[in-house]
Design a protein around this ligand. Sequence first.
Ligand code: SF4
Length: 417
Amino acid sequence: MSIITNLTRMWLTRSVKPFTFTNEYDNELPYSKCENLGLYVHIPFCRSICGFCPYCKVRYSQQECDRYVDALIKEIHYVGGQSEEKKRVTSLYFGGGTPALAADRIKEIVEALSEHFIITEGIGLELHPDDVTVPVLEKLKAAGVTKISIGIQSFSEKYQKILGRKKVDIAMMSAALEQVSFETVSMDFIFALPEQTAYDLKKDIDTAFASGANHIAIYPFIDFTFAPSTVKTMPKKEKHRLLDEITEYCNQKDYERRSIWTFSSEKQAGYSSMTRDNFLGFGCSATTLLKNQFKINTFSVDEYCKRISGNTLPTALTIRFTRRQRMVYYLFWTAYSTRVNYADFEKFFGVPLKKMYGGELLLARLLGFITEDSEGCTMTPKGAFYYHYYENFYTLSYIDKMWGIMRNEAFPDRLEL
Ligand code: SF4
């Protein structure tokens, strides 16, 4: 697997140089001139831990959560205070973990961020289905949250059991969503579970839209090597057929494809924390992407709090990109939205995309992966599947390795991918 990702990396970056992360860090983050900057806040607490989940999380306790949020607010003021004027940013996303477990303090976090940033495209937050109650939703709304994403994974008892999740109380969730409205109500599902059929997934999709969702995200199951889950992955052919059937079904229902795995039933509904040119991440395991560098914070809640109390940023690893590496990173994540705009690329890098990757665009067109118009290129359904397929390799070769190390070492010396 890593042969494919290594060869692709060498081809696209025109270099044998690997992606090298080191433990160097700066206490100043040069974000003030970055355009299209997003914000991300990580809340790593969960009531119980799901075996399949690769994210940075620990068991919830009120005391630990409060200590962590105090550190988070300190980090926000520390980084936010580095810009002389209030910085306009796109959106703010809260991920986890289960951010709703800190519902009582979300307003405080948003207020701390609002002292330094002007959030122009709304605030998104992830919820566990158990947290979809009127009191929690009202607190989130009062804090300024405009989009929520509920981690359903599956409405089917069979798959809930396989994933180690309990039954979702659909009636309770739906009643709460009816009472407290949000611009986007997204529900997350996992597909390509053992023997899962298009019928199972269509049922999940129908139930989601009938229970208050106006947006859905259907992510493929990925078997991370460090996750204790024993769930097996589905063969490629079956997965391809399943993704095609879901896409076809959503098209028939007039749900608009918003990215590789997301569909919405209403124009205004969108939920994506991934497609930003630059972003600042706060909290443990959060990542920061700036013009020429990418940083990842320590995964250890304890070490995170210690660093913040010593007035140093919690960065564990940093990579300084070469120009081509940054282009590959930009294209990979922009392509997630299924479209790359030529003018945006040229604005960001000061050079036309066709000049840098003209041959690759031609090849992608000939293979039927993209269509082109005067303003940019759009991924076809075939391209979307192969993007997804490559993303799986990338996840297993890069993210699996990085997160596997970061879970065991708070501050690794070096990492090469
Ligand atoms: S899937 Fe959600 S609830 Fe389960 S451990 Fe991961 S973040 Fe926590």
